[in-house]
Design a protein around this ligand. Structure first.
Ligand SMILES: C[S@@+](CC[C@H](N)C(=O)[O-])C[C@H]1O[C@@H](n2cnc3c(N)ncnc32)[C@H](O)[C@@H]1O
Length: 204
């Protein structure tokens, strides 16, 4: 197998500074609520993950020294909350999102919260993935056609130590295929899987 699965315990220790995390999550929930009530058109591919679980899991990964470095990338960052939680946990974090309006909201939210996360508009799929049409055949909720954002970021996918994503049900294999082809050996992919919780793999 080209990766190892890392088991995440059911109960993980809460972060040391819970008030900073609570502020991010409360503020983000309010903004997302405002947006969903007032947006002229809904972005169907956007649903958000469990932010509390994401904060706890990032903290647990760092506390257990599971990473080869501190670079974090969120694939399809929506309102950018996981990226901001990673920054608050001490990581150098960026989010990539295809929808310009969501990039704008995430930049605004980070500004309001004075969090130093960076957000980029474009695709998280590197331009040179092999057989992209074949591996994306059954994928409905990821935009395949747009240019990737890595050049603008100034980093390759292989520069990141932890990638986070919330794939739609049935689309996790696609995310893993991209990760396994393009990430560095030793890098980790954390995916939120709804009722199944978090899933963590490391590329071997
Ligand atoms: C299920 S949402 C997850 C949002 C965020 N990660 C969270 O958990 O709150 C998936 C996001 O991926 C974005 N997306 C879809 N295809 C993308 C692509 N190729 N590159 C970057 N973002 C993409 C969608 O616009 C959507 O905001």
């Amino acid at each position: 197998m080209p990766f190892e699965q890392i088991a995440i315990p059911d109960i993980v220790t809460p972060p040391g500074n819970p008030s900073a995390i609570i502020e991010i999550i409360d503020h983000a929930n309010q903004r997302i609520d405002d947006y969903t009530k007032s947006a002229p058109s809904i972005i169907h591919n956007f649903v958000h993950c469990d932010f509390d679980l994401t904060a706890l899991t990032i903290h647990w990964i760092l506390e257990n020294n599971l990473l080869t470095g501190e670079r974090f990338c969120e694939w399809g960052s929506g309102f950018g909350v996981a990226t901001m939680l990673a920054t608050a946990a001490g990581m150098d974090a960026v989010g990539i999102e295809i929808e310009p309006i969501l990039v704008k909201h995430s930049q605004q939210l980070a500004g309001e919260l004075r969090i130093d996360s960076r957000f980029f508009c474009g695709s998280f799929i590197p331009h040179d993935v092999t057989d992209i049409l074949e591996i994306s055949r059954d994928v409905e909720h990821v935009t395949i056609e747009e240019d990737d954002a890595y050049q603008e970021i100034g980093q390759e996918l292989s520069d990141f130590d932890l990638v986070f994503a919330f794939p739609w049900p049935g689309e996790s294999d696609f995310f893993e295929a991209i990760f396994l082809e393009c990430a560095a050996t030793g890098a980790c992919l954390l995916t939120y899987r709804g009722r199944e919780g978090m899933h963590l793999i490391r590329k071997l």
